[in-house]
Design a protein around this ligand. Structure first.
Ligand code: URP
Ligand code: ZN
Ligand code: ZN
Ligand code: ZN
Length: 470
């Protein structure tokens, strides 16, 4: 036969176009799109379905170690990437977090060890720089950027990760020199510590007060500070997991002034609110929703949609950062009962990202199909140096494809999830639009929620420079 596989009769969607076409695949790559393409060993009938590029989730945490005495992350590479493909995502970019005092090569090697042969989908790594010594910024990081680790994240809060302003400037300067893209976690460390200690003195220690301890003002201040530092150095940065109007407006302001600032938002900021963190008095279930920045309110959802529709945000990610709720590794074990300060921050969501975004975005008429593809796949590929290998339906691209039923109605429920966590924060969400089949480089890896791929199908991706950094 001419091809290995032919996907027939579907509606192809890219970031730019929507068109009826068959898709021919050979050796894991899209060989042609169109009509009457030739013969194939296998065929898939996609009539009534959308044929879209597999999702790329550029903000995922897997197998990151926790401080001793605090819960371990629920997902490693096996269960996290299994959950990804079940949700239509074929590439994830998790983080390799530098422990202070440890070199970057050593850090990366330990993450490669955790991932090698364990992934169901393709993956890359962003570094997290916690210890920007002259050795790290002068030698290690530039060499690693050349080796295909072209983006890294820095934090403006958290005891074990926070960088001060001088360190941020040094890191930004290094990124400029080596053409890397810096992702910045914008929340102000001192303000959060002040608020946390005051709340604790007042006995306000339940999970709900996690949100009170880091209001939007704290996020906005840090976003503005990061933007100013980036402008000073003249380097593009990506402000990740923007939660509401305040930080969104800072990014929009910068963009309107011509400062090169990019923005990311996430599922929790269009689907959850601060009120979800109430619930301690019954069973502690509020902790299920504790993440940073915290979920806000309905007005914030509107502001996030405004930013999505207005082009302020380039990428829509999950920030999948899963913990168990019950049991000895649960979110409310140990010190967490005494204060929200000790509740691990993060939510599982890699499987639900495209479902919730499609349902709330496309099905409710807020965004087009093409915007959906741009925000869940194409822009991630361009932003993080995977384009033109990933992120579109066109000849030469990897045949990473999700077949999507735009009319299918489902309800998200933990019993159908493929992650290792014991809950989903999106439990009970009504969804219209659902992935029915996922292909990774031409191989069917999930069908109707059943995993047909094998662990080890996923390969490591060396990445190019960001197309947005020039
Ligand atoms: O609460 C969150 N988002 N935890 C993950 C770490 C981060 O800051 O992205
Ligand atoms: Zn053949
Ligand atoms: Zn973060
Ligand atoms: Zn994160």
């Amino acid at each position: 036969a001419d091809f290995d596989l032919l996907i027939r009769g579907g509606t192809c969607v890219t970031a730019a176009d929507t068109f009826s076409a068959d898709v021919a695949i050979k050796d894991g790559v899209i060989a042609a799109t169109g009509r009457e393409l030739g013969s194939a060993d296998k065929e898939i009938d996609a009539s009534g379905l959308l044929v879209m590029p597999g999702g790329i989730d550029s903000h995922v945490h897997l197998a990151q170690p926790s401080a001793s005495g605090t819960p371990q992350m629920a997902d490693g590479f096996e269960t996290g990437t299994r959950s990804a493909i079940a949700g239509g995502t074929t590439t994830v970019i998790p983080f390799a977090q530098q422990p202070r005092g440890v070199g970057l090569r050593e850090t990366l090697e330990s993450y490669h060890e955790k991932a090698r042969g364990q992934a169901y989908c393709d993956y890359g790594f962003h570094l997290i720089i916690t210890d920007p010594t002259p050795q790290v910024l002068g030698q290690e990081l530039p060499a690693l950027v050349k080796d295909g680790y072209t983006s890294f994240k820095v934090f403006m809060t958290y005891d074990d990760m926070v960088l001060n302003d001088r360190e941020l400037l040094e890191v930004f300067d290094c990124a400029k020199d080596c053409k890397a893209l810096v992702m910045v976690h914008c929340e102000g460390y001192d303000a959060i510590r002040f608020m946390t200690e005051r709340l604790e003195r007042q006995g306000k220690t339940e999970p709900y007060y996690h949100g009170v301890s880091r209001p939007q003002i704290v996020e906005r201040e840090a976003a503005h500070r990061a933007i100013s530092h980036a402008q000073l150095i003249d380097v593009p940065i990506m402000i990740v997991h923007v939660s509401g109007r305040e930080a969104m407006e800072q990014i929009r302001w910068a963009q309107q002034k011509g400062i090169k600032i990019f923005g990311e938002t996430c599922t929790q900021y269009i689907a959850l609110t601060a009120d979800d963190m109430k619930g301690f008095n019954m069973d502690g279930s509020g902790s299920k929703y504790v993440c940073s920045p915290p979920p806000r309110d309905h007005e914030s959802w509107d502001a996030i949609w405004e930013g999505i529709r207005g082009g302020v945000f380039q990428t829509f990610s999950s920030d999948h950062c899963p913990f168990f709720y019950d049991g000895p590794q649960g979110k409310m074990t140990g010190k967490a009962k005494a204060s929200f300060r000790w509740v691990p921050n993060g939510l599982p969501g890699v499987e639900n990202r495209m479902q919730v975004f499609f349902s709330e975005g496309v099905s409710k008429g807020r965004i087009t199909l093409n915007e959906f593809v741009a925000l869940t796949s194409t822009n991630h590929a361009k932003m993080y140096g995977l384009y033109p290998k990933k992120g579109s339906i066109a000849p030469g691209f990897d045949a990473d494809i999700v077949l999507w039923d735009p009319n299918r109605e489902e309800v998200i429920t933990q019993s159908a999830m493929h992650h290792a966590a014991d809950y989903t924060p999106y439990e009970g969400q009504k969804i219209k639009g659902w992935p029915v089949m996922t292909l990774l480089r031409g191989k069917k890896v999930c069908e109707e929620g059943k995993i047909t791929g094998e662990v080890g199908d996923g390969t490591f991706l060396k990445r190019d420079y960001s197309a947005f950094v020039s």
